[in-house]
Design a protein around this ligand. Sequence first.
Ligand code: SAH
Length: 352
Amino acid sequence: MSLQDQIIARIAASGPISIADYMTDCLLHPEFGYYTSQNPFGRTGDFITAPEVSQIFGELIGLCLAQAWLDQGRHDSFVLAELGPGRGTLMKDVLRATATVPGFLDACRPFLIEASPRLRDVQRETLAGYEVFFADRAEDLPQGPLYFVANEFFDALPIRQFRRSGNGWREQQIGLDGDKLALGLGPILPQPALLKRLEDTLEGDIVEDSPTAAPVISELSSRIQHYGGAGLVIDYGDWRSKGDTLQALRAHAYMDILAAPGTCDLTAHVDFEALAQASNCNHSKLTPQGVFLERLGITARSQALARHLSGDALNNHISAHRRLTHPDEMGNLFKVLGFFPDGAAPPAGLDL
Ligand code: SAH
């Protein structure tokens, strides 16, 4: 039975489901989930992420975290964690670049937090030659100083959507219209977690809430505050998400989110304010990716690499730089939020 038929049968038996439940099934169903069964990344996949655009992205992230490690007195032993590593490209570039920082790799235990067994295999292959460990959840990481990066991880976490009705909220749900999946609205209920959203919304407005995002940040930030370290969350979204940002992507084109469960990527904009509020350590100002990468020296690094290139390779290299930084491409849509403990400076490229 296809995933679509399974979801339809489930709704027919027990009633409408939340968008969060639908996303969880679509993305991580053990047999038919998008991340568990498809090959999402790259030009031949459904979307391209920053580490797949250019190796410079991961190199600069690695050097940013290594600088924080130097600034905090070089912890003897620390966890270097990546959440949602995709193909493992970012971690590979981080490890290659930080090999130039004396002592960093000797002190480092790299951990990948990855839910998809199939992608874990891809990551093992990409990172062949390195000793890497896997964890299911942030709380499974060993205690100790923590340096982490999450690129396009939080946008893949399930969201719930609510439409304002008076001073209450109706949850957007997925039910059936005949034998087809259809969007509908649940009953009007108060939502204590959305109290502050009564201030910036009007009747009929939609707000989103990612129930699993805040606990992940609480866990990671507690370790950073307690043991030291730093974190970088890079994703598309804004300080406060408003409106319906759920989207389905297949072969670089937008799709109806209900059309083909499990065969397209489903993501929503990240509500960075919710992450900041869940943090138990300091956080930086939200900074556009383009600004962050320029401050870390992407132009100088690109020019250095360009000296060895010509023809198509040079053109691709120049367009990759533009793609990562230009405000009309990923430079402005993607934002960076840094995490750091009391007494330390924000990670390089970010400020308070
Ligand atoms: N960071 C990568 C890939 C982003 S795609 C890059 O920039 O290329 C999202 C990644 O998060 C995938 O590896 C997916 O399998 C993983 N993922 C999604 N939900 C997850 C969850 N709940 N726990 C752990 N990993 C998850």
